[in-house]
Design a protein around this ligand. Structure first.
Ligand code: ADP
Length: 511
């Protein structure tokens, strides 16, 4: 399925709203909004893009799109790499690029911001730095993107504020009928508590705009972490694949009781090699990397089969006490190495994800295979159980080897769950590899489903498949989503197909 072509008169109408410099429909514009990592470029080819600068301009664009049957795909900065980048799910959609909207309102006393979608992590970091860094950011591994866009796709960072969607407090959105709504306390005109209390009165709607296509978010409130007095922690390496389960069972209770407030990520041996070297520097053998190459990589980078970093934030006396417990609990697991790290306010701060400093380095893994490289995510949610994680690892690793894929994966803690984030590394110039990617990912989704596991986030190509795994009571949740979609957006203007939610007028999916 493809959206109908966008008429010249419609493009002219968009230009009349935003100015001719902010409509992008030339072939090179279309290419620049395409998903650089797409398995099949045609599938998500945009018709073009329009970039408004205000809520009023968005309302006017939505009106035109609704009258003329145009599908809009809102993006904030469109750096959602691995999940579709700036490309729409439905080919022929018009990308609604909100990257020009960059206003930041900062409530220093309460530690909150109200952001427009175009504010990038670097923008907010520079802004907070200029104000004396009284609050820290939580940044994702690719901090190139938008703070709002990342939270809307449930992106994750490394600090205690790392579950970005859970830090949202108050949203402003333009609905498909042009209505501008403010959620929570924002619905009370002039309330000074919009960014302080999440729920307002009656149903809380903030999360309705997350991973959905129910509205276009034009402002988002977010809580920021007060700059800590001290940061302490340790980087640990473990020798064997089987060390994963016990490590998870040791960290999980510390996370649940709140001794660890940040969400650690356990990653495998490829994480360093994939960002600073390319595969051909290690081997020219096809198929999944064999054990001798894995051993060589581990030796060169001095890493284990698994590694994890634990971090403590806050008062130094509290951190010191918590550190002693971490040391004791981790010591029982006999790690290969345990490297402590300490920072105190006033000392120079290392630029890492744990200090909330924007970074792009992890993205380098897209170059692992050379050529037109990239990665595609596969990220099922698991219970916080060592046995479950170990079994998931064994099943998935066997599939990597069956399909000749190099294993790059991590197990990221939430408060009660784990996310098994897999970055499937690709090279669009390697036809043989690309031919294996789609059946491999479909197999992984089916394997996870067989265990009762579903993904938390996925690439455009797999949104229908993943939504289909959420099948309780004949897919009742999908039915609810569609009813809401049809009620709010009967003409299917906003992001048709996002998260598997298709309006009835475009039913049939991407085909
Ligand atoms: P980032 O630049 O941080 O990676 P994106 O702009 O790519 O974030 O946004 C990620 C996804 O979230 C988009 O593909 C889109 O589905 C959704 N999204 C982003 N911004 C908005 C918005 N302002 N309103 C509604 N949905 C949005």
């Amino acid at each position: 399925m493809k959206a109908p072509p966008v008429a010249a008169a419609t493009i002219a109408a968009f230009a009349a709203i935003v100015g001719k410099d902010h409509v992008f429909f030339a072939p090179e514009d279309q290419a620049s909004y395409q998903d650089k990592f797409a398995i099949d470029d045609a599938r998500h080819h945009p018709a073009g893009a329009v970039a408004p600068a205000s809520v009023e301009e968005i309302q006017a664009i939505v009106r035109i799109a609704s009258e003329r049957g145009v599908a809009l795909w809102p993006i904030s900065r469109g750096k959602n790499l691995g999940y579709g980048g700036s490309a729409p799910l439905l080919a022929g959609s018009v990308v609604l690029d909100l990257s020009r909207m960059k206003k930041i309102d900062y409530d220093e006393a309460n530690g909150t911001v109200l952001l427009e979608p175009g504010v990038g992590f670097y923008d907010l970091y520079d802004f907070l730095k200029a104000k004396g860094m009284k609050h820290w950011l939580s940044v994702p591994g690719n901090s190139w993107g938008s703070v709002v866009g990342n939270a809307l796709d449930r992106g994750m960072g490394y600090t205690p504020y790392g579950e970005h969607a859970t830090r949202i407090c108050g949203i402003e959105a333009v609905m498909a009928d042009g209505l501008v709504v403010r959620t929570g306390m924002g619905a009370l005109d002039g309330a000074p508590t919009w960014q302080l209390y999440r729920f307002g009165f009656g149903p809380g709607w903030d999360q309705m705009f997350v991973q959905s296509n129910f509205g276009i978010v034009t402002k988002m409130g977010l809580w920021l972490m007060p700059a800590p007095e001290s940061l302490m922690g340790m980087d640990l390496e473990f020798d064997r694949p089987d060390d994963l389960g016990p490590l998870i069972d040791a960290i999980a209770p510390l996370r649940r009781e709140g001794l660890l407030q940040q969400s650690p990520t356990i990653g495998n041996w490829l994480r360093a090699a994939a960002v600073v070297t390319t595969r051909d520097q290690w081997t020219d053998r096809p198929g999944a990397l064999p054990d001798d190459v894995i051993a060589a990589i581990r030796k060169k980078f001095n890493v284990g089969w698994w590694g994890v970093s634990l971090r403590l934030y806050g008062r130094e006396t509290v951190n010191k006490a918590a550190y002693a417990i971490l040391e004791q609990e981790m010591g029982k697991l006999k790690p290969l190495s345990m490297r402590p790290t300490t920072w105190r306010t006033g000392e120079p701060l290392e630029a890492t994800g744990w200090t909330g400093t924007p970074l792009t380095m992890p993205m380098q893994n897209a170059n692992w295979h050379g050529g037109r490289g990239g990665h595609i995510g596969f990220s099922p949610i698991l219970p916080q159980s060592g046995a479950a994680a170990q079994a998931q690892f064994q099943r998935t690793y066997a599939r990597y080897r069956e399909y000749g894929m190099d294993y790059q994966a991590s197990f990221a803690f939430g408060e009660r769950h784990l996310i098994n984030v897999n970055a499937v590394l690709i090279n669009k110039d390697d036809a043989d590899l690309m031919g294996r990617v789609d059946p491999f990912l479909k197999h992984l989704i089916a394997d996870a489903k067989a265990q009762g596991y579903g993904e938390y986030r996925t690439h455009l190509d797999y949104m229908d498949a993943v939504a289909g795994t959420y099948d309780y009571n004949k897919g009742a949740l999908g039915q609810l989503n569609r009813k809401v979609k049809d009620a709010l957006d009967p003409r299917g203007v906003i992001a048709p197909g996002k998260s598997g939610i298709w309006p009835s007028n475009r039913a049939g999916g991407q085909g």
